[in-house]
Design a protein around this ligand. Structure first.
Ligand code: 2AM
Ligand code: CA
Ligand code: CA
Ligand code: CA
Length: 267
């Protein structure tokens, strides 16, 4: 295992321990609101601290971008860790056991190492650039589906951009009618990991942040899938609007999504 992936795995497991211990004592979780329906807890922050402690001890010069603490500029800007200490906080605060720790390392702007860890199931998804993707050490691959017929498609609802809801519902409807079924599980990092593992055939969501998708994107690509923006282009890390699937399913999904995009969604 690449030494930097090894550090990412150690950090993800440390955060996972913090999260699972807290999940078992629901009544002690302190929830605050960052905005309407946007929750954060003391556990997001404790998990983040555990991750940053391990990474900055191993690589004190590296830079960090993390959801709750923002940007930490290091001496070395070529190495940037992109961290979501708890992806699926809404599930976590409601007692739904589906959330993950997401850690990616970007080297000169390219995602190089990735970990998505589901601490409840003990599922560790890892990828190193050019070396494939693994689940608990075993190689995983995107399902080589040719079409949406028979497919399961994961998505996230546009909680932040409810003014686009009608447009979202139109694309949802098109894909839902053609596919076998759809899932809204509530963790973007796990949605991407499940595409990588071939558990779902495709995934799309709007308005995500870099820490939601950085690690999951490398998992999908290293598992033989494609990740694009909702136009089939490569602006997804800027726009936060993302599609992931096998090449053929992705093409079909983009064709189903595109006619329903507002100008503001067209990225
Ligand atoms: P978070 O739990 O780290 O905030 C689900 O649609 C995805 O969107 C999750 O990855 C979740 O990440 C993110 N998200 C951000 N704000 C959200 C909100 N208010 N409600 C639901 N998901 C949110
Ligand atoms: Ca959040
Ligand atoms: Ca997130
Ligand atoms: Ca988070």
């Amino acid at each position: 295992m690449h030494p930097m992936l090894n550090i990412a795995v150690r950090a993800a497991r440390a955060a996972g321990n913090v999260i699972v211990r807290a999940f078992e004592q629901q009544d002690k979780i302190e929830v605050t609101s960052k905005g309407l329906n946007d929750f954060v807890t003391n556990v997001d922050k404790a998990a983040e601290e555990a991750i940053i402690e391990i990474i900055s001890k191993a690589y004190p010069k590296h830079s960090i971008v993390s959801e709750e603490c923002g940007v930490i500029d290091g001496e070395d800007k070529d190495f940037q860790w992109v961290i979501d200490p708890l992806d699926g906080t809404t599930n976590f605060v409601k007692g739904i056991p589906h959330f993950a720790v997401s850690i990616a390392l970007k080297v000169k702007g390219k995602i190089d190492q990735a970990v998505v860890f589901d601490p409840i199931r003990g599922e560790l998804f890892t990828a190193s650039r050019g070396k494939g993707a693994q689940l608990n050490g075993f190689r995983i691959r995107v399902k080589n589906s040719k079409e949406l017929t028979g497919a399961i498609v994961a998505t996230g609802f546009p909680f932040k951009q409810k003014f686009h809801l009608d447009n979202y519902m139109e694309m949802f409807k098109t894909i839902f009618v053609k596919s076998a079924d759809m899932r809204r599980a509530g963790s973007a990092a796990l949605d991407l990991a499940y595409v990588a593992a071939g558990r779902v055939d495709g995934y799309f969501e709007f308005g995500l942040k870099p820490w939601d998708t950085a690690a999951g994107e490398l998992l999908v690509v290293e598992a033989g899938g494609l990740v694009t923006d909702v136009n089939g282009g490569l602006n997804h890390s800027q726009s936060g609007n993302i599609v992931a699937a096998s090449p053929k399913v992705l093409k079909e999904m983009v064709a189903d999504i595109r006619p329903h995009l507002t100008d503001a969604m067209k990225k």
